[in-house]
Design a binder for this molecule. Structure first.
Ligand SMILES: NC(=O)c1ccc[n+]([C@@H]2O[C@H](COP(=O)([O-])OP(=O)(O)OC[C@H]3O[C@@H](n4cnc5c(N)ncnc54)[C@H](OP(=O)(O)O)[C@@H]3O)[C@@H](O)[C@H]2O)c1
Length: 366
């Protein structure tokens, strides 16, 4: 189903939208007022069209490259077309953000399957403001997701594949996993077919947890993490986008093993060539001292742009990101990667051996 100027199609969409939540109905009304280039006219009749959001980022970029290498048509929905990958068979469509449902609706017209990358969290938005030398905008991440999903539902996207988070639940320790759960609930409420890909913590970011004194300091207790590579996540996304039988499914995307932070530090020591250690902070120490990797940078950044330190919700987001390790919520190991892709998930040792660039700055210091 496509949104176009044809009256009969609008009627079909209106009928199918009658069961949708309020934001979708509002969106439909908004879209009917639009007179603009409609991407659906560029979609050949009967052709499967994929939409990939976040294509200027890591996961979306990897997904887009894989879809292109399969020779499939896709639309890359991006905020900055100049940073979008140039790929054969890919249209590029600009939106100011997921939070603009009218632009999202236009970008999604004629699309059957949308891969929705979760929006940047607040600390990323702060960094973005600094990079662009703009003031900090009002930002509600859940609202961003709701707008994107409403747009998809209103223009007849048939399948929404949402990049969620491991243990998405209303009472998750990691506060952002609660937001992912609420997004999932909203997707369900639209009646559009869905698949939720609940990703674990990125293996690619593991070296970033080391501080300049070779210590990983975090309130992660003795918990375990099933680190997963972005490449394995992208392979799973593409398997779901292009495969069958995934409607209504929830997949936990994890690496092949659950490592403690000590074991994680051992794997890093082996490739860096000197001792990297782990020091468990209490939640109180983490909150008060904030002497965790990247937390210090974020705090400086925030001061420079907003003139104030980290707010309580931001602090909670950061600390709870580690507390989910302590509670065991970041540790489940699932078999989704081999099941969906046919290849094993990469281990941390394999990943570090293949990607010395991720810890090259530590090698130079040895
Ligand atoms: N599992 C983990 O350990 C972990 C760690 C960090 C983040 N995450 C989550 O996973 C997501 C994907 O990871 P990634 O590595 O691909 O992130 P990334 O490289 O930062 O890419 C995020 C992509 O989403 C786009 N985007 C972000 N917010 C948006 C919005 N409000 N409206 C429209 N587009 C938006 C960005 O566009 P621009 O290029 O224009 O900014 C970018 O293309 C992140 O966005 C975050 O939610 C997971």
């Amino acid at each position: 189903m496509r949104f176009s100027s044809s009256g009969s199609e609008r009627e079909v969409i209106k009928t199918s939208c009658s069961t949708l939540p309020g934001p979708c109905l509002y969106l439909l009304w908004e879209m009917e007022k639009q007179v603009c280039a409609d991407f659906s006219e560029r979609t050949k009749e009967g052709e499967m069209m994929f939409a990939v959001t976040g294509a200027t980022g890591h996961i979306g970029g990897k997904v887009a490259a894989r879809i292109a290498s399969l020779g499939l048509p896709q639309r890359l929905i991006v905020r900055d077309p100049s940073r979008a990958p140039k790929l054969p068979g890919a249209d590029i469509c600009q939106v100011s953000s997921y939070g603009d449902p009218t632009a999202m609706g236009k970008a999604l017209s004629g699309v059957q399957t949308m891969f929705l990358v979760s929006a940047r969290e607040i600390m990323g938005v702060i960094k973005e403001s600094k990079d662009h030398n703009t003031s900090m905008p009002y930002y509600d991440r859940l609202h961003q997701h709701i707008c994107a999903v409403s747009a998809a539902a209103a223009v007849g996207v048939r399948h929404v594949i949402y990049l969620s988070f491991l243990n998405a639940a209303p009472d998750a320790t990691f506060v952002l996993a609660r937001e992912h759960f609420r997004t999932e609930e909203f997707v369900r409420s639209t009646g559009v077919a869905f698949t939720f890909l609940r990703q674990g913590l990125y293996m690619d970011n593991v070296p970033q947890h080391i501080m300049s004194d070779d210590v990983i300091r975090a309130p992660a207790g003795q918990g375990r993490v099933s680190w997963i590579t972005r490449d394995d996540i992208a392979d799973c996304v593409v398997a779901v986008m292009t495969g069958h039988g995934h409607d209504g499914q929830i997949y936990d995307l994890t690496g092949p093993e659950a490592l403690s932070m000590e074991e994680t530090a051992e794997r890093l020591s082996a490739v860096i060539g000197r001792k990297i250690s782990y020091e468990a902070l209490t939640p109180h120490e983490a909150r008060v001292n904030r002497n965790m990797s990247r937390m210090i940078d974020h705090e400086i950044l925030r001061q420079s742009i907003a003139g104030t330190g980290i707010t309580e919700p931001e602090l909670e987001g950061w600390v709870s990101h580690y507390l989910q390790i302590a509670t065991g919520e970041a540790g489940p190991v699932a078999d989704s990667v081999p099941r969906l892709t046919g290849h094993p998930a990469q281990s941390l040792a394999e990943y570090l051996e293949k990607h010395p660039e991720t810890y090259a700055h530590f090698l130079k210091e040895s």
